[in-house]
Design a protein around this ligand. Structure first.
Ligand code: UDP
Length: 403
């Protein structure tokens, strides 16, 4: 069990003292988080770390997950893609499916805590249960250019919240609700990010039969078209023409993402004639993700759209050179040619990977700068502070507060 004081060596005594001071003011408040999957994806990753730490700080915080059938999650996946700006064919029936499952959750999930913290669109309609408590809607998606039909549908719920949180300034949207800008974070002490011994890393490479005789390029992400795994294979193929290397695509699934297996099979098909492409459909295992990221020479994140991209922060924290698309929250994390490489195309990504493989000292420098940037901006201690200030602000009347 990680204690709040364990973070002192990482972020300093003053930061932890601040957290304790602020938490004193919230000791009599109860908070409930609600999302749509207990594992898989960034939201579950963040909640799995924030909830125990808020409790450690003395704020009673719990986490509940809505239920839904495959048809509900097919609809919410379309919503997800449409908010990201992808053209989706969303019918009247889809909205009906969404509302029907929402009704079931509205009647089953208790929401009497002081603050109800709803994550992403799947549980958004629970706001119909609002009494005199405070409700926050946390949008983890890049909503800078949403499909109007879906956004207007969701807006009917959003306007009843007390506050809305986006990850980046560019995602905020004209709404008659107070907006807060709070970026996500990683936990440096979690099983996913803690330091590992060489033998621990090697044990995972051995388990999955991954030799280290060639440079290893890795993308770890859910098998989702917006993560562009096929594009990653194209990048690898272009790199391999000049520099012999191996590609690892590792990912798990999430119950709220029904497309995962379909994309996984597409990727297997695309990779089937190349022994140097390793595809892992992993069960959720933070230790193994940690080891695979640390074993890699270059981390790719070739997303087409991205809310924040925790995988980028995780890799930078491990001092890895990262080549990633300049989309969504990735641009908050990487300054091009300083703390990683931003790319706009397959050719651009391949060029950046080759540059790093041909000049390991340059890659090392990018990784070191990246770690410093993550340390200063995207650790869980900053996130805890901003969430606690957000909770406190709900009891004060101000128009807009930017953290
Ligand atoms: N992840 C994991 N196992 C996998 C694939 C992803 O643990 O097989 C984790 C990854 O390490 C990160 C999170 O899931 O912590 C993904 O968050 P991100 O913001 O990168 O993307 P999202 O899936 O939320 O779109």
């Amino acid at each position: 069990m990680i204690k709040i004081d364990d973070y002192i060596p990482v972020v300093g005594q003053a930061v932890i003292d601040d957290l304790k001071r602020i938490s004193e003011k919230l000791k009599d408040r109860k908070i409930k988080n609600i999302n749509s999957t207990p594992v898989g994806g960034g939201v579950a990753e963040i909640l799995s770390r924030l909830v125990p730490l808020l409790n450690e700080l003395g704020i009673q915080t719990c986490w509940d997950v809505i239920k839904g059938g495959e048809n509900f999650f097919e609809v919410t996946k379309k919503f997800h893609n449409a908010i990201h700006g992808k053209k989706e064919d969303i019918s009247k029936r889809d909205f009906e499916i969404f509302l029907k499952t929402s009704e079931e959750n509205i009647s089953q999930i208790r929401t009497e805590e002081d603050i109800i913290f709803i994550h992403d669109p799947q549980p958004i309609a629970l706001i119909e249960n609002k009494k005199d408590n405070k409700w926050i809607w946390r949008c983890h998606i890049d909503a800078s250019n949403p499909d109007k039909k879906v956004w207007n549908f969701l807006k009917k719920f959003i306007i009843n919240y007390d506050a809305v949180v986006f990850s980046a300034p560019a995602f905020s949207s004209p709404l008659p609700v107070r907006q807060f800008l709070i970026s996500p974070s990683i936990d440096p002490l979690s099983e996913k990010n803690r330091e590992l011994k060489k033998e621990e890393i090697e044990s995972v490479l051995k388990k999955y039969n991954i030799p280290k005789d060639k440079p290893l390029l890795t993308q770890i992400s859910r098998f989702d078209r917006l993560k562009d795994p096929i594009g990653v294979i194209e990048v690898y193929k272009r790199v391999k023409k000049n520099v012999d290397c191996r590609l690892l695509l590792a990912g798990g699934t999430a119950i709220d993402d029904p497309e995962g297996m379909e994309v996984y099979y597409e990727v297997l098909e695309k990779a089937k004639h190349d022994k140097d492409i390793i595809i892992l459909n992993m069960q959720h295992n933070d230790f193994e993700v940690n080891a695979l990221q640390r074993a890699s020479d270059v981390i790719l994140q070739k997303s087409i759209k991205e809310g924040f991209g925790l995988t980028v922060a995780e890799a930078l924290w491990k001092e890895k050179p990262v080549v990633a698309s300049n989309v969504g929250g990735i641009s908050l994390q990487i300054t091009h040619k300083y703390s990683g490489m931003l790319c706009y195309s397959i050719d651009g990504a391949a060029f950046a990977v080759k540059q790093i493989l041909n000049n390991p000292a340059y890659g090392k420098k990018l990784g070191l700068n990246g770690k410093e940037h993550i340390k200063n901006n995207f650790l869980i201690t900053r996130h805890l502070k901003e969430y606690m200030l957000l909770f406190l602000s709900l009891y004060h009347n101000k128009d807009i507060i930017y953290f």
